[in-house]
Design a protein around this ligand. Structure first.
Ligand SMILES: [Zn+2]
Ligand SMILES: [Zn+2]
Length: 141
């Protein structure tokens, strides 16, 4: 896993994170505010009902279906492809090594669905190549 990529990835904004997580806020039964537990579940302080955000749904589905494909996870966990892409891009979810439907970026090690490089690295490499070609940047090494 090469780590010579100097630009650090911008952290997702809270708003964006919230949109993808779709965090449950109150108990559907007693309408009490839910408490977030250490294990990632949301629990009602009154009736102890458990709720999950989209990330937990995906994690839970993967636990039971470690060989699931990208589409199967979205379908099984009932989250959107956009949600899952976001969780993968931000390294919020890990895929078991044995799962052949996913691979890792040859450059940064991030989990990707297909190909050799993640979108970030593909773009970064492309931009850098262009700069080298146009003489804006000297090739290293
Ligand atoms: Zn409740
Ligand atoms: Zn990458």
């Amino acid at each position: 896993m090469a780590s010579d990529q100097k630009e650090s990835k911008p952290r997702p904004s809270g708003k964006e994170l919230q949109r993808h997580l779709n965090t449950p806020l109150e108990c559907k039964i007693c309408h009490k505010m839910l408490n977030r537990r250490r294990d990632g579940y949301y629990q009602c302080p009154s009736c102890n009902s458990l709720y999950r955000d989209n990330l937990m749904k995906a994690k839970e589905f993967l636990l039971n279906n470690p060989d699931a494909s990208f589409e199967e996870i979205c379908e099984g966990a009932r989250i959107s492809e956009e949600n899952l892409t976001f969780f993968l891009d931000n390294e919020m979810i890990s895929i078991p090594d044995t799962n052949k439907n996913f691979s890792t970026c040859k450059y940064c090690g991030r989990i990707i669905v297909a190909g050799r490089y993640c979108n970030n690295c593909a773009l970064y490499t492309f931009n850098r190549l262009q700069k080298i070609i146009t003489g804006e940047e000297d090739p290293e090494e």
